[in-house]
Design a protein. Structure first.
Length: 114
């Protein structure tokens, strides 16, 4: 049974930085295109960024230029470097493949104060 475990969230001031990590327990899962998603209170979950197994990256307009997605296939881990964060980045962040499967982790809370 594959498990996804997100970590690295926390409380940060606007303009600050955070680095999120997502570890997959099963090596085969990371062969997929992997993505970060987020869900803010009262809103639907939305994708933030994705990365192919070969390292091609795509970002949502709202985070392009501020966030960087990367992966370490040997460690079965995907990262999200968040720079110059804004209050509207406040959400629970999840990783999953793209398109997403029904396998969701517990997420990691990111709260940005103004």
């Amino acid at each position: 049974q594959v498990q996804l475990v997100e970590s690295g969230g926390g409380l940060v001031q606007a303009g600050g930085s955070l680095r999120l990590s997502c570890a997959a327990s099963g090596s085969g899962y990371m062969l997929n295109i992997m993505a970060w998603y987020r869900q803010a209170p009262g809103k639907q979950r939305e994708w933030v960024a994705w990365i192919s197994s070969g390292g091609i990256t795509v970002y949502a307009d709202s985070v392009r230029g501020r966030f960087t997605i990367s992966r370490d296939n040997a460690k079965n881990t995907v990262y999200l470097q968040m720079n110059n964060v804004k209050p509207e980045d406040t959400a629970v962040y999840y990783c999953n493949r793209r398109p997403p499967s029904s396998l969701w982790g517990q997420g990691t809370q990111v709260t940005v104060s103004s």
